[in-house]
Design a binder for this molecule. Structure first.
Ligand code: ADP
Length: 161
């Protein structure tokens, strides 16, 4: 059974993330989406909220499971029996950080491979932070995130006024 992990902050999930999820789920038997609990990084949404948004967005994709985690990614991979880490590659700038992480993870566990999926053209400019910034200025994010995520971002913006 081929098992892979797609890790990230997903603060919140975007259509760019979803595109990678759909494509990765088609390549493996089981895909775990690992939502990183990073106490250093200030997130708009709690890990529970981020997990719930993804769960709703992946309804119907049978071989996907969403879990939050803290600690070493390779340890999480071992725990769930994954042999591959999936990452999305947007612009060439992503490459440097992703290649570095891939090499570090390979050093920790040579059996785990990092697979970089090139972002679909239409989504290659999307990041969670750009979407939050755009929404904070009242920009239309309806084609960039699932509807329930758009609603949550707008509500969070109102709370913060
Ligand atoms: P960000 O906050 O930059 O969106 P995440 O930690 O949530 O980053 O991203 C998790 C993974 O998804 C990373 O490998 C990142 O490169 C990838 N990713 C993020 N946005 C996109 C996108 N629009 N298209 C493809 N991959 C993406």
């Amino acid at each position: 059974m081929h098992i892979a992990v797609y890790p990230g902050s997903f603060d919140p999930i975007t259509n760019g993330h979803l595109d990678i999820i759909r494509r990765a789920a088609g390549l493996v038997d089981k895909l775990y989406i690992a939502v990183l609990i990073n106490k250093q990084k200030k997130c708009m949404f709690t890990p529970q909220e981020r997990v719930a948004f993804i769960q709703k967005a992946v309804t119907g994709i049978e071989n996907v499971e969403v879990i939050s985690y803290d600690g070493l990614l390779v340890e999480f991979c071992k725990k769930v029996g994954a042999k591959a880490i999936i990452k999305g590659l947007r612009v060439i700038m992503d490459y440097e950080a992703e290649a570095q992480m891939a090499l570090i993870n390979k050093k920790i566990d040579p059996d785990i491979e990092t697979v970089l999926l090139v972002a679909t053209e239409n989504y290659s400019f999307i990041s969670s932070s750009v979407i939050k910034e755009l929404a904070s200025y009242g920009g239309d994010i309806s084609c960039l995130v699932p509807a329930h995520v758009q609603k949550a971002i707008i509500e969070k913006g109102r709370e913060q006024l």
